[in-house]
Design a protein around this ligand. Structure first.
Ligand SMILES: *Cc1c(COP(=O)(O)O)cnc(C)c1O
Length: 373
């Protein structure tokens, strides 16, 4: 089946009692046992599993072409589960340009448990140099946040395989419509389903998807249940509902982003645009090989430093000045101030989550906001 069909049908069960076409929300935390002490419905207790969660997990692993999926209450819980599953004392190589919430989690929650080296994932010799005998995991994020850096997934997997190291890819920005890391050899894919998969900025969630049901995956499944950072049935329902239209939304996000990137690229008050779909973007040749679209995220540098950048952020009217991404509505944010002290993000950088409004309206809004004197 193709992705549009999977997105709508995978995991959806017609209710056997009422024949409801859309699976009901099963709020029950517990499930009746049979006379023999068994569990005839297949469920025991909602922290362990729930009908809505299993439907969500089924659609997720099929979208990524994996063997299984675990759903979590947030993207950070999903990422954190991978770090929890590693043996204490493991060395992790993570991207220098990385979602700050996961970087902070490694630095603060796993401090004293694991060791980490941040490497420029676009510089593969630098990644090889960072390898240690204790390296167990290479974490990648491509395109990365917020600089849209591109990692050559196949080449990186080759390095990892030679050294018996797992590769996990945060595929939140690209989504399975545009990039399929498991097919390129990654062991795990991570998502913040809060973003494009949910797609409506109304439900937090995360997921891990595995290429193989191996021992490491068994550990992840066990941590999901025992640590209990699981999504509620309503969260699962909303995410499943969002996923049904995700391929179509995603194409609209990408088409709008491409137009806006070209517009910004020509603008005299813009110093630089970061968008994987621009020919001059570093790694654009890799994009053409490993991606099927350039996504809906872009960043740009405003000429004149932080003052002018903040003016633009305050001038927009259709774009909302807010963090997060992947919803139908366009968002724009001054990234350095959300990342806080210690950020390496340029002070004049604005990050844009391009929504699926009319592209001409969005460009007109940016046009008025960029009229700086
Ligand atoms: C938002 C995000 C996360 C974290 O997900 P939450 O659902 O907010 O916990 C991780 N990685 C990327 C790339 C993200 O954009």
């Amino acid at each position: 089946m193709k992705i549009e069909t999977i997105a709508i049908h995978a995991g959806n069960k017609i209710d056997s009692a009422s024949k409801a076409v859309i699976q009901p929300i099963s709020l029950s935390t517990t499930f009746e046992r049979g006379a023999d002490g068994g569990f005839p419905g297949g469920y025991i207790y909602t922290r362990a599993d729930n009908p809505n969660r299993s439907s969500l997990e089924q659609v997720l692993y099929q979208l990524e072409g994996g063997a299984d999926a675990c759903a979590f209450s947030s993207g950070n819980a999903a990422g954190g589960c991978v770090f929890q599953a590693l043996e204490p004392g493991s060395h992790i190589i993570a991207p220098a340009d990385m979602y700050h919430g996961l970087r902070n989690q490694i630095n603060e929650v796993f401090k004293g448990i694991h060791e980490v080296t941040y490497a420029d994932m676009t510089d593969l010799p630098a990644v090889e140099k960072a390898l240690r005998p204790s390296t167990k995991l290479i974490w990648i994020e491509t395109p990365s946040n917020p600089l849209l850096k591109i990692t050559d997934i196949k080449a990186l997997v080759e390095i990892a395989r030679k050294n018996n190291i797992m590769v996990a890819c945060d595929n939140t920005f690209a989504t399975p419509l545009f990039q399929r890391p498991l097919e390129l050899g990654c062991d795990l894919v991570m998502h913040s389903t809060t973003k494009y998969l949910g797609g409506h900025s109304d439900v937090l969630g995360g997921a891990l998807i595995t290429r193989e049901k191996n021992d490491f995956w068994k550990r992840i499944r066990s941590i999901q249940e025992l640590s209990g950072a699981v999504p509620s049935p309503l969260d699962c329902y909303l995410t499943v509902r969002g996923i049904k239209t995700f391929p179509y939304r995603m194409r609209a996000h990408a088409a709008n982003a491409q137009k806006i990137a070209h517009y910004l690229h020509e603008h005299p008050n813009v110093e630089r645009v970061y968008y994987p779909g621009l020919e001059g973007h570093p790694g654009h040749d890799i994009v053409m090989q490993q991606m099927h679209g350039s996504g809906g995220m872009l960043s740009f540098l405003v000429k004149g430093g932080i003052t002018q950048a903040l003016k633009v952020a305050n001038n927009v009217k259709i774009f909302t000045q807010a963090t997060s991404l992947g919803g139908v509505e366009s968002l724009l944010e001054h990234r350095a101030s959300i990342e806080g002290p210690g950020t390496k993000t340029p002070q004049n950088l604005l990050r844009v989550s391009v929504g699926i409004e009319n592209a001409d309206d969005l460009i007109a809004d940016l046009d008025q906001a960029l009229k700086l004197t």
